[in-house]
Design a protein around this ligand. Structure first.
Ligand code: IMO
Ligand code: MG
Length: 408
């Protein structure tokens, strides 16, 4: 059984927790897009782990993990995470594999990410500043440097020299910034290459052999559908395909190899960074949900913007990803809310909107249409079966579920 887990909102849906649960039945866990902009928090036996690049399912002993070709790798961040896992007695050397054709993030990508953000003046995206976008730009422009290049020093030297010359011209002419030096960067990345070499595999072959041996694959999506480069709230998105299709291109498996796709949603909505957000809370509600839900970025520590559950967004995600089921997380954050609102549609210019609009200036003007439900006002943290949830909680979710399934 090969499963893809995707975020059905703007990221931070609690994918890490769902992955950790499902990893028990999987053999190989694969990251297929994004980079260390992701932050997957898993609390396990009172220990908190935050994964940025390494598939979070690796916390389960005996599992294999692959960082697929669709991921952009910051070797410094990766080695830090490897070190953390090693400190926790996890046999990372044997468990973790890295695709040889994944692209590598360089210091000039991070610098460009920050310079581009500050030059956007009032139109900033609110990126994580990790160099993700600029690294994907180089990939698409066909001048990126891949893991396999780090292992071939003469080829690497030539590519790095060429890229650095170009970036330094950009720094000077566009931003009036000092150039970056070739030698120390080259030396450092050659050293990363030597350290990473034992982890490097041909990802396509690795997964093909795993499937031939009857192993189960679990694809761990990062970010969420609304942050997808194509299907998200462009340009307030990340630079990769966070939707289910990204699992195939970003790992090198065929669509026919995927057996099921599970979407993860939070019982409310959050987003980090800029861009329109129709169900965003007013300030008082914002503070209480943010505090109760610990809604602060796992990667940048930024406070997350919070709002009511939005069925229009969830439906968009179900359509784009083909989710056969949806996992709902953090319902307990709403335990002491006297009243729950579920957004079942939007209105704009006096008209009903029954699909998520493509024009962000329209999204920004959309008024959410809410169905209001009584809160359940009781502790749901220890409840393990849907049937045992308070009736009011079941009614709120039924409404959300119904709105996801039907066009208003
Ligand atoms: P997980 O996997 C939430 C957001 C950033 C910014 C936009 C672009 O934890 O759900 P980028 O640095 O990717 O170019 O920034 O995307 N963003 C995330 N928001 N969770 C994430 O990952 C995110 N990864 C990127 O805040 O708005
Ligand atoms: Mg996050």
């Amino acid at each position: 059984m090969n499963t893809v887990i995707i975020g059905a909102q703007w990221g931070d849906e609690g994918k890490g927790k769902v992955i950790d649960l499902l990893a028990a039945d999987a053999d190989v866990i694969i990251r297929y897009q994004g980079g260390n902009n992701a932050g997957h928090t898993v609390i396990c036996d009172q220990d908190e782990f935050i994964f940025h690049l390494i598939p979070s399912g690796l916390l389960n002993p005996g599992k294999l993990g692959l960082i697929g070709n669709g991921v952009v790798i910051d070797p410094e961040g990766l080695l830090k995470e490897v070190g953390q896992l090693r400190g926790r007695d996890i046999d990372v050397e044997n468990a973790l594999k890295i695709s040889d054709i994944a692209h590598v993030i360089f210091p000039y990508h991070k610098k460009l990410d920050q310079l581009e953000e500050s030059s956007r003046e009032g139109r900033s995206i609110g990126t994580t500043g990790r160099g993700i976008g600029p690294c994907y730009v180089d990939k698409v422009a066909r001048c990126g440097i891949r893991i396999v290049d780090l292992l071939n020093e003469p080829v690497f030297a030539e590519k790095l020299r060429h890229n650095l010359t170009e970036k330094n011209r950009l720094f000077k002419l566009l931003y009036n910034e000092a150039p970056m030096a070739f030698e120390p960067m080259f030396e450092q990345y050659c050293a990363y290459g030597r350290t990473l070499r034992p982890f490097v595999v041909n990802g396509v072959r690795f997964l093909r052999e795993a499937m031939q041996q009857g192993k189960s694959l679990l694809f761990e999506g990062a970010q969420g559908t609304l942050l997808d480069l194509d299907h998200g709230t462009y340009p307030y998105v990340t630079s990769s395909n966070a939707t289910a299709g990204g699992a195939c291109t970003g790992a090198g498996v065929a669509p026919t190899a995927i057996d099921r796709i599970i979407g993860v949603v939070k019982a409310y909505t959050t987003r980090v960074g800029e861009g329109p957000f129709p169900t965003e809370f007013p300030p008082e509600l914002m503070d209480s949900v943010r505090t109760r839900g610990k809604e602060f970025g796992a990667t940048t520590g930024r406070p997350r913007r919070c709002g009511w559950f939005d069925a229009l967004i969830a439906r968009h995600a179900v359509w784009v990803n083909g989710c056969g089921s949806v996992a709902v997380t953090k319902l307990d954050v709403l335990d002491d809310m006297p009243m729950i609102q579920v957004c079942v549609g939007y209105r704009v210019d006096g008209k009903d909107v029954d699909q998520f609009p493509s024009d962000m200036s329209v999204v920004a003007r959309c008024e959410p249409v809410y169905e209001t439900h009584a809160g359940w006002m009781s502790d749901t943290t220890a409840i393990e079966r849907v049937e045992d949830l308070p009736k009011a909680a079941q009614a709120s979710w039924k409404c959300a579920d119904h709105s996801i399934a039907t066009v208003r």
